[in-house]
Write a protein that binds this ligand. Sequence first.
Ligand code: FMN
Length: 238
Amino acid sequence: MQMQKTRFIAGLLALVMVLALTACGKAAAAENAPTAAPQSTEAAQAADGTAEENSATDGGNILVAYFTAAENSGVDAVSSASVVTVDDTAKGVSQAVADMIAERTGGELFSIQTSVVYPADMGELIDYVAEEQDAGVLPELTTHIEDLDAYDTVFVGFPIWWYDMPQVMYSFFEEYDFAGKTIIPFTVHNGSRLSGTPATIQELEPEATVIQDGFTVSHQNAAEAAEDVAAWLDGLGY
Ligand SMILES: Cc1cc2nc3c(=O)[nH]c(=O)nc-3n(C[C@H](O)[C@H](O)[C@H](O)COP(=O)(O)O)c2cc1C
């Protein structure tokens, strides 16, 4: 485990170095950005917890719930610790994949948000999360699924943080009983892939069917993941 941790920290440092190298561009972009980053309609609906059905396909009974640092850091996506740009729109990495799933399935987007304001600085975020995880904190949720009965299938996505789900996901699974529903996990990562999280979710939701073949993509490849997402969904019959 120590070895694994050392390898992950090395990977994370490499990522931080890449981010540092692109920091000049990021700073320039941030200077020119409006005070609030432009959001797509879907993202805006997800952010205020009032997601509406995507009219592209009939996904009326599908919810696509996700947690991402960028929507829980008190700053716009460009200024957050973790961001990716898709079609000229800056967003959290988990959100980018959630958008692809919603687009393809017609599911409704739901942004899982908390009263915790996570540090926008990557180094501070890493330390904060390590302490939050060690203490087993269950962060308070500030967005809530209004009518869970309306959904049979719930895609649930999040970044891997220290080899696990963010603590806010434990709050999420504590709040809802998904008995009789199908949960389909997806993660974004920097090397740890799904990191055993589908099995963890199954333990937390023993009466739900949790698909173990979840989707996962690295932070670096997330912006270009739409085709892989589509192939994975095809394989699952969506
Ligand atoms: C606090 C923290 C811990 C992380 N721990 C891991 C980890 O254990 N394994 C891994 O592969 N990536 C790890 N990462 C990288 C994130 O999973 C990755 O950057 C992800 O794309 C962030 O997604 P987001 O933009 O939706 O927040 C970590 C990132 C942060 C900020």
